[in-house]
Design a protein around this ligand. Sequence first.
Ligand SMILES: Nc1ncnc2c1ncn2[C@@H]1O[C@H](COP(=O)(O)OP(=O)(O)OP(=O)(O)O)[C@@H](O)[C@H]1O
Ligand SMILES: [Mg+2]
Length: 117
Amino acid sequence: MYIPQRHLDNLRSTLKPGKVVVIYGARRTGKTTLLRAFLQHEPQPYLLVSGEDITVQDYLASQSIDKLKAFVGSKRLLVVDEAQKVSQIGLNLKLLTDRHFNRMRPSIAPWKIPQPT
Ligand SMILES: Nc1ncnc2c1ncn2[C@@H]1O[C@H](COP(=O)(O)OP(=O)(O)OP(=O)(O)O)[C@@H](O)[C@H]1O
Ligand SMILES: [Mg+2]
């Protein structure tokens, strides 16, 4: 049973073309669930990937415009779950938004907050 998340409305109102939205949260607080709930009503073609996937890491850490563009193809929205697993994800998403997504939909990148030790 899905319990409505108020951050769903926050996410809808925060997303703007050419912008990256980062979702931070401690473990098991519903970041992936929030993404999936959001994407259920997303009318544009999107790409949902996980930063735990080594192939995804290869593309999204590349710092190569050609490789980044080839990865997203014609998709209008990129969603990277477990984004903290991708090296230099901030720089790579900046390259993508500046050079490719600037007139398109933004990216969403949930980041897990490390647990206190
Ligand atoms: N809004 C919700 N309604 C019902 N169940 C939820 C909701 N949000 C999260 N859950 C449940 O809580 C658990 C953790 O949720 P989820 O996997 O989305 O968290 P997460 O923040 O992505 O976790 P992780 O940091 O491990 O990736 C899952 O079993 C999920 O089904
Ligand atoms: Mg998750």
